[in-house]
Design a protein around this ligand. Sequence first.
Ligand code: ADP
Ligand code: MG
Length: 254
Amino acid sequence: MKKNILEIQNLHASINNVEILKGLNLSVNEGEIHAIMGPNGSGKSTLSKVIAGHPLYSITEGSVKLNQEDITYCEPEERANKGIFLAFQYPVEIPGVNNIDFLRLAYNEKQKKNNQPELDPLSFFDLINQKAKQVNMNPEFLTRNVNEGFSGGEKKRNEILQMALLDNKLSILDETDSGLDIDALKSISTSINNFFSSQKAIVLITHYQRLLNYIIPDFVHIMQNGKIICTGTAELAKQLEKEGYNNLLKMKNN
Ligand code: ADP
Ligand code: MG
């Protein structure tokens, strides 16, 4: 039997006392890719940040389990160490912090928490160059400051580099496809497919069906107003592309 990686039950979450997630359920097993689609403002990014433990959101009801362990009230660092990776919709620039130093810090922090050996700068240099090659990134980006002056696509690729390096069980990718031209989209999709394995799970948040031509999801969920209102296979995304959200939601609501 496939192991459950993420189990979300009746999740309600608010920011500034405004409820955004309103009773969301989601179950993700290892070896599965789930796509979450939905109109702007339906709460997709909120969901990703709540799963990762963003401190500005409060969970008011329901639970989140990772590998059958309740993490509803865990700190974000703990969640990361237990195996959650989140690629942000809007990756932040960190001026003055060198990308390779930042990546080594993140990597060593995880190694330490898992009682694994930390890497000195030289050994890390070899590892990160190998990972950069895997995700098709020019190594020049390693010596620049984190995301500073990176184009939209370069920032997204840097997130994928972090994903490949940290090698977590659950990766949540929030609109990794937005702002990518078709070549970058294909190349990033290939990196994601190569990274994926039967022991991992990926939650892809996307607005557009086109990403799902390159990364085939096992399940597609549609979110509206803080809930998953319908679940299907990759076909559902194609139907959505044809009909648009409004028509599909009208059909489902009738
Ligand atoms: P999506 O990623 O699906 O486009 P978001 O999760 O970003 O949606 O946003 C969901 C809703 O939460 C939106 O209506 C947004 O305006 C609202 N929201 C996000 N941040 C805040 C905030 N700080 N205060 C109040 N509402 C917010
Ligand atoms: Mg969003």
